[in-house]
Design a protein. Structure first.
Length: 243
C-alpha cells in the first residue's frame, strides 16, 4: 500500500510550525513522524499568518528548499494573494517554470482575504489554468462556497481540491459539487473523517476517484487518518485507498 498525503504543512523555519503544542513536531522530525504513520509521500504548503506578499514569497521559497532537501518525498504547494494579483500571476508563472504543480492549501483567513471569486482571483485562476496547476483551498462553515462554485464552474480546465469534509451541511455541499463538476475534488483532512460512516457514504454517493487522502499534519495526528480510512471497510483495491 502506497500512501500519498495530499494535505500537510511542512516547515524549515520553526515560526511556521502549526502544531498546536510546543516541542512535539520539529523540522528535524517532521518526515520521521509522517513515515511512522505509514505515509510514503506528501503534498502541501508552508503556512504562516501574514498579508505581506514578500513574506508569502518567502513561504514559497521555503517550500522549494524542502523539496531540495527531501526530493520526491515532497510535492510543494505555493501561495498567492488576490490583493497582489499581478505579483501572484508572476509568482505562479515562475513557480510553474520550477516544476511546481500545486497552489495551496490556500487558507484565505490566515492571509487577510475571504472571497473566492473576484476579478483579481480570475486573473490568478487563469494563470494557474495555463500552467495546469491544481488549487487546494481551505473550506469551513465560513467559506465563500458560492464564490468557489462560481470559479469551479467557470474554469473547467482548472482542478480545485477543497480541503476538509467538515460537518453535515458543508459535507453535503461538497457532495453535490463533486457530482456536478468534473474538476472538483475533496481531500479528507481536518474535520469530518472522525464521523464514522462519512467516507463510506461519500464513496457510495460519488465514487472514489475524486476523493483525496489528506491529514493536515502537524495540526492533526496522521496515523488516526490512515486508520480511520482503513476502518471504513472500503472494498479492496479501491483507487481512493492511497494509490
Amino acid at each position: 500500500m502506497y500512501i500519498i498525503d495530499f494535505h500537510t504543512h511542512p516547515f524549515a523555519d520553526e515560526s511556521r510550525n502549526v502544531c498546536f503544542y510546543p516541542n512535539i513536531v520539529s523540522a528535524d522530525n517532521f518526515k520521521a513522524y509522517i513515515k511512522a504513520a505509514g505515509i510514503d509521500r506528501i503534498c502541501g504548503s508552508v503556512i504562516y499568518k501574514t498579508e505581506d506578499f514578500e513574506e508569502i514569497k518567502r513561504l514559497n521559497r521555503e517550500a522549494l528548499s524542502l523539496r531540495e532537501l527531501w526530493g520526491d518525498f515532497y510535492i510543494p504547494g505555493i501561495h498567492i494573494h488576490p490583493c497582489y494579483a499581478e505579483e501572484s500571476v508572476k509568482e505562479t508563472e515562475l513557480m510553474a517554470e520550477k516544476g511546481v504543480k500545486l497552489i495551496g492549501e490556500l487558507v484565505p483567513y490566515y492571509n487577510g482575504w475571504h472571497f473566492l471569486y473576484d476579478e483579481a482571483l480570475r486573473e490568478i485562476y487563469r494563470a494557474a489554468e495555463r500552467a495546469e496547476m491544481v488549487i487546494s483551498i481551505h473550506t469551513d462553515d465560513k467559506t465563500d462556497m458560492d464564490g468557489l462554485e462560481r470559479a469551479v464552474r467557470e474554469f473547467k480546465n482548472l482542478k480545485f481540491a477543497a480541503a476538509h469534509p467538515h460537518q453535515k451541511t458543508h459535507y453535503y455541499r461538497h457532495t453535490e459539487m463533486l457530482k456536478k463538476y468534473d474538476n472538483y475534488y475533496l481531500d479528507l483532512s481536518g474535520t469530518g473523517l472522525f464521523r464514522f460512516g462519512m467516507l463510506k457514504t461519500l464513496v457510495n454517493n460519488v465514487g472514489s476517484e475524486k476523493i483525496l487522502f489528506g491529514t493536515d499534519f502537524p495540526i492533526t495526528n496522521p496515523k488516526m487518518y490512515v486508520e480511520a480510512v482503513l476502518f471504513e471497510n472500503l472494498k479492496e483495491g479501491d483507487p481512493m485507498s492511497f494509490s
